[in-house]
Design a protein around this ligand. Sequence first.
Ligand SMILES: [Zn+2]
Ligand SMILES: [Zn+2]
Length: 436
Amino acid sequence: MNGPTRTEGDVARQVDELVGGLDPSAAKEAVAEAAGRLVALGREGVACLVRGALRRGAGRREKAAALLGCLTGEPARWALRELERLLNTRSPNPTEQVWMTVLLRRLEEATSGEGAARGGRGLADDALDDEGELLLWREEFAALSTADQQAALAPVLQDGTPALLRLLEAAMSLQLPHVDAAIAGGLARFATPEALPLLRDLMRRRDPGVRKAARASLVALQRQGVAAREVFVARAGSSEPVWAALATPPGPDGRMLVVVARGRGHGLLRFAAVAVDPVELGIATAWGEVGLTAGDFQARLGEYGRKTGQRLVRVEPNTAQALVAAAEEYALRQGRALPADYLVWRRCVGGPERAVQLPVVFGPACSECGARVRSGDFSRGGVIAGRAAVCARCVAKPLACSGCGRALNRHTEEVFARQSAEGARVEFICERCARA
Ligand SMILES: [Zn+2]
Ligand SMILES: [Zn+2]
């Protein structure tokens, strides 16, 4: 036999065998040994692994990430070139894009030293700071099989870069126990206080396995010098300054819309809108937009006003943030899961810096009989006026106008509700007194 001549097909087959036989959770030495065999296949072998990793199935990306993570020097440069070529020649979907940029970052570190890489590529960071992109990625991630979801998360969890926490947050917002468990364990690699808000959420999940993994990661972070005690107050916030905070006055069912917009100087704005329900849901819905000019933002506010007949008025940012934080606490106390989109947008809202009296009470009680007011009360005359509420049963009793004292008849005249001067009760007044 003559000396071995390798064809491309041979190399591809050998790479396939190598990947097929790899257990990415095996000891580091075993993975490094497999990476050594890959390097022995030469530049084409490394390139073949990079290309093949984009095919779905059998945890390919997880295995490829483990192997590529072992490369240094020239072989790392081969992988880097192939990844860059792929990024330029095909338009990756959001999951592929994340996978490739995480790997790119790691390979750049391996070839050019940490400092240069961190300051370098902003591609992943840009996508990770855009809620619209994150929601697209999450949609795509949600459609993957359980095994592919694990594979997509693996390189992110191995990376440990704080910017990637936003991606994990988006994945967590789906509230899937197997995803939560993987993230809860992997957060031990993110030795930064920025991991604490995520751990705090995971420690409040229903699944005991998730809670246990989150507690273990918290202990691990503490050992790495992160002030774990702050996990109880930790709240993820945006670094962009608040540009405007607005809210609608509470409706007769207590609901309010809270809007927080952020942006710098004359740059573009982003906003998050959260519908707050103090009676049942806590957080009813949330949405938002990025990349708006100030004019676009004003137009959105105008549209909302025309559609709903409600006017958003400026409030102190701290009040807006305290309202949303109280709504979240209320939802969790009631054992409700938070809406997935809220979990992506809440960073734009941010947390309050100090306690304030809120314009509504979460879980309001009837000021007449003390019973809890529920959403069913509102269709039967029950009403919320600011921090006071009255149930349907008490409202059915004879009412007198608190302005002129005469008896009110709800069937023949319009009756208005308002918060009493001291704020503790709901008062009813006739139309004439309401106008005066
Ligand atoms: Zn009552
Ligand atoms: Zn009156």
